[in-house]
Ligand binder design. Sequence first.
Ligand SMILES: [Zn+2]
Length: 277
Amino acid sequence: MIVWICTDMEGLAGIDQQAQCNDPDDSPKYQYGREQLTAEVNAAVAGCFDAGATEVRVLDGHGRNQNKGFLPDRLDPRVTRVWIAQRNPLRWEGLDESVHAAAMIGQHAMAGTLHAFLDHTQSAKVICRYKINGEEHGEMSQFALYAGGYGVPLVYVSGDEALCEEARRLFPHAVSTPTKRGIGWEACELYPPDEVRANIRRDIASALRQVDRTKAWGLAPPIEISVEWAWSGGADRLARVPGVRRLDARTVAWDIADPRDVYCWPSESWRPLGGET
Ligand SMILES: [Zn+2]
């Protein structure tokens, strides 16, 4: 049983300041954040092996980390680390039909979620709303859609209460573990990190013992992606790419045929359905 885990930092237990996720390399706060990330991954990986995993592939999905967020000397040596296999279109290494189940650790709620800690979709304060086929979604859904392209279901997530609520609403079959309660953009009530990590180990193991491959998220093409930017200039830029529709001053939409292209943004090097050269 191969498990593929995407990590982020905003939803981790022990994280209650943005600086812990985004400060420069030499910042003690950021180093503390890396410790939380590594400890939480280790808890999840232990749970995977408890449930009979033979391989656990882990992507450091927090953009700022540039895949250097894990503390190598503290990371469980059983982890297989993965990164980007190719760009344009973007493909992740090792996430394919061989994978039994997908999971997310330290994830945050979608942009515009009330009482969510550091809620955003890709770029906070830049992207206001992100939709798939007209329904609001966030980064959890993007990952579920991508994995679903290989028939792999998203079975487990950890993050704040708002993220867990988002999971129950959109992916009711998935198991979730709350790490904290969001109060405002950068305000939250942390739950005791050691207890949370014990819960993560237990809950991800339980999720892996009940994987149902029919729960993989599949959408028939064309799949419409729409993005509302915070300002019309964001939409201007994408609207110039062939195949992109302008819905209003701040909103653009485009179609994809392959669910794995959910991570592609219209540009000179990648064009959506109908805009191919
Ligand atoms: Zn992040």
